[in-house]
Write a protein that binds this ligand. Structure first.
Ligand code: NOJ
Length: 518
C-alpha cells in the first residue's frame, strides 16, 4: 500500500465524516478526544498450529490437530507448513517492530517441547525455537505473552482420554512446570488455556479436534478438567515462581456478547441464560464469590439430565477443595471478543443431550451488521463495550486484557472492512475505559494470515497478508497494519475516521451503568 493512496483515503473519510455529521445521522455523545493512557498495552497474536508449520520437525510429535487434519482428506487446512514461522523468527519479529507493539502473544506447542506428552523427555530443539523467538522479541523490547495451550493436545494424551480424563490436570501441570522452568525468567505474561469453550464444547462436537462426538457429556467432563488444569498451573506459578519472577498468569476466555433479540422479557431471560452457558461457565469458577459454575447452568443441566434418565448431572460438580483451588486463580481475565449474537428462547430442535439442548436458546445476528469472511462473524462494536461492562458488574472489576479481537476478509491488501472494524471496536473500548472498566491491554488477532482451523486459509485474519503459494510464505502489510501502527503511536482514534456503522448513543452507554439494565 503506497502512502499516497493511503492518505487520499484519509481525505475521503474526512469528507464522509463531514457529510454524516451534517446530516445528523451520527449519534455520538460529544466531541471529546478520548485516548489510551500511556501504560495501556497494545499487542498482536498468533498460535502455534496456526502459524508454525514444521509439524514433525526436529522431534515434534503429533498433536490432535495434526491427526484430525491428516485423517480427513476432505478438509484442506495446511497446518503442516502453515506460515512456516518455525523457520522465520526474524521476519515475524520484524513485522512486530513495524507495528510498534508492546507485546506479542504466541503459543507453545506442547508436542514440540514434550514429544511423549509427559515431562519424562524434553525436546531440546523444540525449546530452542521458543527460546530464540523470546530472545529476538526481548532484543527489540517486545514483551512475550505465552499461551501454554492453544487447542493442540499431544495425540498420545488424547489416546489416554485427553481432557475428559481427570489425570489431564496433572499432565498439564507437569508441562506448565517445564515451560516455567525454562522461560519464567524472560516471560512476564502467561496464559494457561485458550478458549476452554472451543477446547471442550467444539472439541467434543465432532467438528473440531479431537473430533469426538460426545455432546452434553464429554464436553462437560472436559470443562471441569480444563478449568482445574488452569487453576493448578496458576497455583504452581504462584507457589514456586511468582516471588522470583513477578509475572502474571491468566486464562483467555471467549467473551462474545449476547444481546436479547428485543426487550421482551422472555428474550432478556434467554440472553441471560445464554451468557451463563457461554461466558459464566468459565468465568464464574475463577471470579465468582463461590468459585463454582453458574447456578442457572448447574440447575438446567441437572434437571435435563434427570429427565433423560441420568442418575447424576452430566455437568460434574466441583468439590469444596476444587472450588477453593479455582476461586481467584488468575491475575487477569484474558478476553477474546469477536462478535455479538442475539438471543431468544429456542424453537429449534437440538441433539439431545447437548449444551444447546440444555440451554434452549436460539441465536441470530442482525442483518444491519457488516458480515466478515467467516460465517459466524459480524461487526457490532457496541458488544465489546457491553461485554466489558458486564464483566465489571458481575465479577467485581476483574483486570482484563483483551487477548484477541479481529476480523476476517478474503485476499488483498486493501482491507477497508478490517480498518472499519478495528476503529469501531477501539472506539467502543475507549468508551468502556472511560466508564470504569479495568482493561489493561488490547491484542489484535492476528499478526498475519494463518490456518483458521477447519476453514484453512480461506478466512484471512491477518494485519499482514501471507502468500501461501510462495515458498517463503511472503508476508505483506495490509492497510490495517498501517492503521494499527498509527493508533499505537497516537493512542487515539482520530475523529475523522470514525466509522459510520458505530451507532452507540447516549442511551446505550447508560445501559452499562446498572446491572439490572444490561
Ligand atoms: C479464537 C481462536 O483463539 C483463534 O485461534 C482463532 O483463529 C480466532 N478465534 C478466529 O476464529
Amino acid at each position: 500500500m503506497c502512502f499516497q493512496s493511503y492518505f487520499s483515503s484519509v481525505i475521503m473519510f474526512q469528507y464522509l465524516f463531514i457529510i454524516i455529521s451534517l446530516s445528523g445521522a451520527y449519534s455520538w455523545t460529544d466531541n471529546k478526544q478520548r485516548r489510551f493512557k500511556d501504560d495501556f498495552l497494545f499487542g498482536t497474536a498468533s498460535a502455534a498450529y496456526q502459524v508454525e508449520g514444521g509439524w514433525d520437525a526436529d522431534g515434534k510429535s503429533e498433536s490432535i490437530w495434526d491427526r484430525y487434519v491428516h485423517s480427513r482428506p476432505e478438509i484442506t487446512p495446511d497446518g503442516d507448513m502453515a506460515c512456516d514461522s518455525y523457520q522465520h523468527i526474524s521476519r515475524d519479529v520484524q513485522m512486530l517492530r513495524e507495528l510498534g507493539v508492546d507485546f506479542y502473544r504466541f503459543s507453545i506447542a506442547w508436542t514440540r517441547v514434550l514429544p511423549t506428552g509427559f515431562s519424562n523427555k524434553i525436546n531440546k530443539k523444540g525449546l530452542q525455537y521458543y527460546n530464540d523467538l523470546i530472545d529476538e522479541l526481548i532484543k527489540y523490547n517486545i514483551m512475550p505473552m505465552v499461551t501454554l495451550y492453544h487447542f493442540d493436545l499431544p495425540q498420545s494424551l488424547q489416546d489416554l482420554g485427553g481432557w475428559a480424563n481427570p489425570l489431564s490436570i496433572n499432565w498439564f501441570e507437569d508441562y506448565a512446570r517445564i515451560i516455567y522452568d525454562n522461560f519464567a525468567n524472560k516471560v512476564p505474561y502467561f496464559i494457561t488455556i485458550n478458549q476452554p469453550n472451543s477446547v471442550c464444547i467444539d472439541g467434543y462436537s465432532g467438528s473440531f479436534a479431537p473430533g469426538i462426538n460426545s455432546k452434553g457429556i464429554g464436553d462437560y467432563l472436559c470443562v471441569k478438567n480444563v478449568m482445574l488444569a488452569h487453576a493448578r498451573a496458576y497455583r504452581l506459578y504462584q507457589n514456586e515462581y511468582k516471588v522470583k519472577y513477578q509475572g502474571s498468569v491468566g486464562i483467555a476466555i471467549s467473551v462474545n456478547w449476547v444481546e436479547p433479540i428485543n426487550n421482551q422479557t422472555e428474550n432478556v431471560k434467554a440472553a441471560e441464560i445464554a451468557r451463563d452457558f457461554t461466558i459464566g461457565l468459565y468465568v464464574s469458577p475463577i471470579w465468582s464469590k463461590d468459585g463454582d459454575f453458574p447456578p442457572s447452568v448447574k440447575e438446567a443441566v441437572a434437571s435435563r439430565s434427570k429427565e433423560q434418565g441420568f442418575h447424576r448431572s452430566r455437568l460434574p460438580s466441583l468439590t469444596p477443595e476444587e472450588k477453593t483451588l479455582l476461586k481467584g486463580s488468575a491475575d487477569f481475565l484474558g478476553m477474546n471478543h469477536y462478535t455479538t449474537v442475539q438471543a431468544q428462547p429456542s424453537v429449534k430442535k437440538y441433539p439431545s443431550p447437548s449444551l444447546e439442548d440444555d440451554m434452549l436458546v436460539d441465536f441470530a445476528q442482525s442483518a444491519n451488521w457488516t458480515q466478515g469472511a467467516s460465517p459466524w462473524l459480524k461487526s457490532a462494536p457496541f458488544g465489546l463495550y457491553k461485554a466489558c461492562v458486564y464483566l465489571n458488574l458481575n465479577y467485581d472489576y476483574p483486570p482484563i486484557i483483551i487477548t484477541e479481537h479481529g476480523w476476517s476478509t478474503g485476499l488483498g491488501l486493501r482491507d477497508g472492512s478490517r480498518v472499519e472494524n478495528l476503529r469501531g471496536y477501539m472506539t467502543a473500548l475507549l468508551f468502556a475505559l472511560e466508564d470504569g472498566t479495568n482493561v489493561r491491554g488490547y491484542t489484535a488477532w492476528s499478526l498475519m494470515d494463518n490456518v483458521e482451523w477447519g476453514a484453512g486459509v480461506s478466512e484471512r485474519f491477518g494485519l499482514y497478508e501471507v502468500d501461501f503459494d510462495s515458498p517463503k510464505r511472503k508476508r505483506s502489510p495490509r492497510v490495517s497494519a498501517h492503521v494499527y501502527r498509527r493508533i499505537i503511536e497516537q493512542r487515539i482514534i482520530e475523529d475523522t475516521w470514525l466509522p459510520s456503522s458505530l451507532k452507540m448513543d447516549v442511551s446505550m452507554r447508560r445501559m452499562g451503568k446498572d446491572k439490572s439494565e444490561l
